[in-house]
Design a protein. Structure first.
Length: 145
């Protein structure tokens, strides 16, 4: 993983983070968020994965159902945020749309994903702090501005 701050002004920083072949996205971006002490940020990315798992939140069971993607895919769209969890640590929430060789798409909440050959990530920090709060109805930790 390589990273560089490309802009800083008025309490906002913008980073370009490039993940390389074999990097696991959650591990790399999680470490980066902790190192930079990110408490509120938007994440976007494009690139490719050699394999990934997206997840679908099942409202009835209040749990994520995994959808394994065991093939090379293009990251057509990856969006998300970084906010503080209830313990005050940065937490990633990422969604991805992945394109298969035949042009079909699969998407959802992004679990594990292994980069091949690259993933170009832009992280825009917000000067305001976002915090996740447990929502008793869904069972999820949701952002409450």
């Amino acid at each position: 993983m390589q990273a560089r701050m490309i802009h800083e002004a008025h309490g906002q920083r913008i980073f370009a983070v490039v993940l390389e072949r074999g990097d696991e996205i959650r591990d790399c971006l999680g470490r980066f968020a902790e190192e930079q002490r990110l408490s509120a940020a938007q994440v976007t990315a494009i690139g490719a994965f050699e394999r990934a798992t997206v997840r679908f939140f099942d409202w009835e069971t209040k749990d994520y159902q995994p959808i394994p993607v065991e093939e090379q895919v293009e990251v057509v769209s990856l969006n998300g945020d970084i906010a503080l969890d209830p313990e005050g640590k940065p937490k990633l929430h990422l969604h991805a749309v992945l394109g298969r060789r035949d042009g079909s798409l699969v998407g959802g909440d992004l679990g594990e994903a292994r980069v091949r050959p690259t993933l170009e990530v832009m992280i825009a920090e917000s000067p305001a702090h976002l915090r996740r709060v447990h929502d008793p109805v869904s069972g999820l930790a949701l952002i409450r501005p």
